[in-house]
Write a protein that binds this ligand. Structure first.
Ligand SMILES: [Zn+2]
Length: 620
């Protein structure tokens, strides 16, 4: 449809800022609603269809428990366009569709802005054809289950939201819909985006790795609340400029928590004094994740305080003394809080490109935050990086192999520091002949990244017999093997007599810094699989490889590296790796998986359980 009028810049949609219960209480009704403003679809994007269905998501409203199919909402209806969508309502399934759509799209846009590229979903494994198929749209089911659960389904590549009858009178509603909790929709959408970026993070490799998925999803959900200025402003007015009390947080997902399922466990330490010894003795994945969430929240508070101390002095106000603040001052403090939350969110999301492709640890997340920020914003006048380093240290999140916890020491090493030289030559990149054009449609981006992936794989898997030293340099840089030599563990999976490698993704990013820097990077993730055994003797036999292994492997151990290449000079900046021959790490994973009390068994894909996120959200 062409129109003689220009398209509006944004599509505005009303949602609950927290959940329906916040809207039903006098104390919080003033900030119970929010309006999400999404960029209007571009000319090259799919038009928004009833559902809603767009380029990224497809809301499908079938309710298997009642056998009902609810009519899809048409957000292009002129009555709805004129009033920012449907009015928030628990009783209207079309509003539920609008709410999951608006919040999911808001989170997707937050990621795109921070990462400098489009969000792509994790591919789907087709069991019959034994190959990965690209997933165009993430499906969202607002009424998928009649139970107190909501999760990102890896099997279906979908978000499933449940609803349930409240067993607790204080929840104030007879039915509770997880699709109407801003927090839960944001959390589940983040799981899906993170899975698209790092497919192997859902595997149980260490106590940190699964805790990370949960914690990250919660960090995004939590911080995105602080970008809703109505709620932040009401809170600042009530608390005299202070944000460090848990009262604003208490509104988050409260209704859900009061129902039956305690999702609040991920926020149990937020706003509490840090205990540096706690992390070392915490092994349960939600408890561990809660420490990471609290560390990021502490960094946010420090940043907010640093940005507002002068304002409070100008206003002659002592923080938190309960006096009523001037409304202009509240507006300025709110703006600073929203900005601080936005910075923290961006720093955390940008760090995702600077993480190893497998077995992520909390300390590595900190190093990734610091390095990614340093690359984009070399100058740090507000000391954001120190705020992060301090907050993590205070929560006991330490970094091995670093001289100190100062931001300079936390930067990832350059290849020169690691190996004495840079293994990547400019010619190498030319040889691969990658498509580095900027594409705008997601279909084209998918196609181009698939072809780039195939090219990098081809290049890595073709040994160069005339130039063995180049291959050796690359093996070292990646912590993987391309050839079977004397010391190569024979337990590495092979194809055609060579150790096989998987190229997970080849992504180009383009980010603009505050001083107009134009950072263009190529991020490549390469991994390798090794057969692993619970019995170390069995492992030795498989590694030496004299004769066939006595039995099928017990689990899979992975190594891999993330390569960050600066496209401005085609130089390798970082090789963030996890060596495939790291037997100490293998032993850690072995201990984790062989302990039935640990969470490990739940997540092993080999066990047939393909829904790790359903397990950790249900009834915990
Ligand atoms: Zn989760």
């Amino acid at each position: 449809m062409t129109s003689r009028y220009p398209a509006p810049p944004a599509r505005r949609l009303r949602v609950y800022a927290f959940d329906p219960q916040t809207a039903s209480r006098l104390g919080s009704v003033d900030y119970a609603y929010a309006t999400i403003s999404l960029p209007w679809e571009q000319a090259w994007e799919d038009k928004l269809q009833p559902g809603p269905v767009n380029e990224y998501v497809e809301v499908i409203d079938v309710d298997p428990a009642s056998g009902q199919f609810y009519d899809p909402v048409d957000l292009n209806n002129s009555y709805l366009l004129a009033q920012d969508g449907l009015t928030p309502s628990e009783g209207n399934p079309q509003f539920h569709q609008q709410m999951v759509f608006a919040v999911a799209m808001k989170i997707i846009r937050i990621f795109e802005r921070a990462l400098g590229r489009k969000v792509i979903w994790a591919p789907h494994w087709n069991r019959q054809r034994r190959e990965y198929e690209p997933v165009d749209k993430l499906r969202i089911y607002p009424h998928a289950l009649r139970e107190a659960n909501a999760y990102y389904s890896m099997e279906k590549r979908a978000l499933l939201f449940g609803y349930f009858r409240s067993t607790n009178a204080s929840a104030g509603a007879s039915w509770i819909f997880t699709a109407l909790s801003h927090d839960i929709v944001a959390h589940e959408t983040t799981h899906a985006v993170l899975d698209g970026l790092h497919r192997r993070y859902a595997e149980a490799t260490s106590v940190d790795s699964l805790a990370f998925h949960e914690a990250f999803a919660d960090i995004v959900a939590l911080m995105s609340h602080f970008t809703l200025s109505e709620a932040v402003s009401a809170h600042i007015q009530q608390k005299g400029g202070s944000l460090d009390e848990a009262s604003l947080l208490s509104g988050l997902a409260e209704q859900f928590a009061r129902g039956t399922v305690g999702r609040e466990s991920l926020r149990q330490y937020v706003g509490h004094k840090p205990e540096p010894e706690l992390l070392a003795v915490t092994t349960e994945c939600h408890d561990r994740g809660a420490i990471l969430v609290a560390a990021v929240f502490d960094a946010f508070l420090t940043i907010y305080k640093a940005r507002t101390d002068d304002l409070l002095r100008i206003g002659n106000v002592t923080r938190g003394d309960g006096k009523r603040l001037n409304t202009d001052l509240v507006a300025r403090l709110t703006r600073e809080a929203v900005k601080s939350a936005d910075h923290v969110l961006r720093m955390c999301i940008r760090a995702l490109d600077y993480l190893p492709p497998v077995d992520v640890r909390f300390g590595e997340f900190l190093r990734a935050i610091i390095t990614a920020d340093n690359d984009l914003v070399p100058d740090d006048p507000h000391n954001y990086r120190i705020a992060f380093a301090e907050a993590f240290r205070a929560r006991g999140i330490l970094v091995e192999d670093c001289l100190s916890m100062s931001p300079d020491n936390l930067l990832w090493e350059s290849p020169e520091q690691m190996f004495g030289k840079n293994p990547l030559e400019i010619d190498d990149l030319d040889d691969i002949d990658l498509d580095l054009e900027a594409h705008y449609t997601r279909a084209k981006i998918l196609e181009s990244s698939e072809s780039n992936r195939a090219r990098v794989w081809e290049w890595l898997s073709t040994p160069d017999p005339d130039n063995v030293s180049v291959d050796l340099d690359w093996e070292r840089a990646l912590g993987l093997y391309f050839m079977f030599r004397e010391k190569t563990p024979r337990s590495i999976f092979s194809s055609d007599g060579y150790p096989s490698v998987e190229v997970h993704s080849v992504r180009t990013t383009r980010r603009a810094g505050p001083d107009g820097q134009d950072l263009r990077q190529l991020v490549i993730e390469v991994t390798q699989r090794r057969r692993a055994y619970f019995d170390p003797g069995e492992q030795d036999k498989a590694d030496v490889g004299k004769g066939p292994p006595a039995k099928e492997h017990d689990f899979i151990f992975r190594g891999g590296a993330t390569l960050i290449i600066d496209l401005r000079d085609s130089k390798l900046r970082y090789a963030i790796r996890k060596c495939v021959d790291d037997d100490e790490r293998l032993d850690e994973q072995r201990k984790l998986l062989s302990n039935p009390e640990g969470f490990g068994f739940t997540y092993q894909p080999e066990s047939g359980e393909r829904e790790p996120f359903a397990m950790i959200h249900r009834g915990h």
